[in-house]
Design a binder for this molecule. Structure first.
Ligand SMILES: *Cc1c(COP(=O)(O)O)cnc(C)c1O
Length: 358
């Protein structure tokens, strides 16, 4: 097979070392003679992996005392419900910056009083609203730090006078994060931290237990903190692969080093989008994501869209079709996507421009 460059939005590309370790573990988990797919989650060998994974999250993100990390099934979409169940008592605000943010809000509205504090739907979610006042009586403010579909991102950790809860599904581990500014950070692993099938939640422990409703056992974060994410059978294989992904991030030099690499990749591609006469970016420049890079054909050149899609495919580019609500193209350049992959896409865009010089 010829060389391909994978820009899938999720599940994401993972490093080759992670695929290799996973194949090995499927055959034989840590020399036990048992596949990781069949290992009992009550064995010492498994508990070591679980502990290692938890410790790596804490190490890589410098998670302070007082926080715990849990791993659960159900996807980030189920987390929307968990958040409201565990933290919503009187009123919560949501920053509506896209489809995922909106879904999180809707889920909370099924539980209690929740509203959009600001919304960028007026310009198809191409920017992050900034001028809004946060009332002090909120249980929490919920933000989506990276808007996977629209390519906008909040890349700073906000100072917020109410508890801040963030869906970081698609930019976790892409940059250093000041965890102490958040009451909770959560997300699905499959955008940057591993395979589908597991979610992570980083929770400030003393923020729990403040709601008066009955929380079903499985939806109560305290259950999973108390049982170290093993109240029921955890998604063993997904956690194994996530752990390997974290080990790889550490081997690169941690999230600080990842961030430098990601900034360079994003700059390479945005510079080309801005330079190339055939393309134009869709996200507001100051809010551009370094993980999901969205672009469309330049005004007047829209007719070339299908041709570029076919041209890119011929050159080995995979997964660059934009989400249907934005159109055009989206290159997801998560951690495992290399500078070489980005350079190949840029070369392809240049070659296409040369073919269509007016
Ligand atoms: C993909 C995504 C989700 C949904 O994740 P699932 O695990 O499929 O439920 C939520 N939030 C963001 C920001 C995403 O990118």
């Amino acid at each position: 097979m010829s060389k391909v460059h994978v820009f899938n939005a999720g599940p994401c590309l993972l490093p080759q070392a992670v695929y290799d370790a996973s194949i090995e573990a499927i055959k034989d988990f840590k020399g036990t003679g048992v596949s990781v797919l069949s290992i009992s989650h009550r064995t010492k060998e498994w508990e070591e992996t679980m502990n290692e994974c938890r410790a790596l999250w804490k190490e890589l993100l410098h998670i302070p005392e007082g926080y715990e990390v849990v791993f659960l099934g159900g996807g980030a979409s189920l987390e929307f419900l968990y958040v409201a169940m565990n933290f919503l008592e009187k009123k919560a605000a949501y920053l509506d910056t896209g489809v995922w943010a909106h879904k999180a809000l809707k889920e909370a509205q099924g539980i209690g009083e929740a509203y959009a504090i600001a919304c960028s739907k007026d310009r198809n979610y191409s920017y992050v609203p900034k001028d809004f006042e946060v009332p002090e009586d909120l249980d929490y403010l919920h933000i989506t730090t990276n808007n996977t579909i629209y390519g906008t991102e909040i890349r700073e950790d906000w100072d917020c006078k109410v508890p801040l809860i963030a869906d970081m599904s698609s930019d976790i581990l892409s940059r250093p994060v000041d965890v102490s500014k958040y009451t909770m950070i959560y997300g699905g692993a499959q955008k940057n931290a591993g395979p589908a099938g597991v979610i992570f939640a980083i929770i400030k422990k003393d923020a729990l237990g403040k709601v008066s409703r009955y929380i079903p056992t499985m939806l109560d974060y305290r259950t999973h903190i108390d049982k170290e994410s093993m109240f029921n059978t955890p998604p063993v294989f997904s956690i194994f692969v996530m752990n390997e992904t974290l080990k790889w991030v550490k081997s690169i030099g941690g999230v600080e080093a990842m961030h430098e690499i990601n900034l360079r990749k994003a700059k390479t591609l945005y510079d080309e989008i801005d330079r190339n006469s055939l393309f134009t970016g869709t996200a507001a420049v100051e809010d551009r994501s370094i993980m999901n890079i969205c672009f469309v054909m330049a005004p007047g050149r829209e007719a070339l869209q299908d041709e570029f899609m076919a041209f890119a495919k011929q050159h080995g580019m995979i997964g660059i079709k934009g989400h249907r609500s934005v159109g055009g193209f989206r290159a997801s350049v998560y951690n495992a996507c290399t500078q070489e992959d980005v350079d190949a896409l840029v070369a392809c865009m240049r070659e296409f421009e040369n073919l269509h010089k007016q």
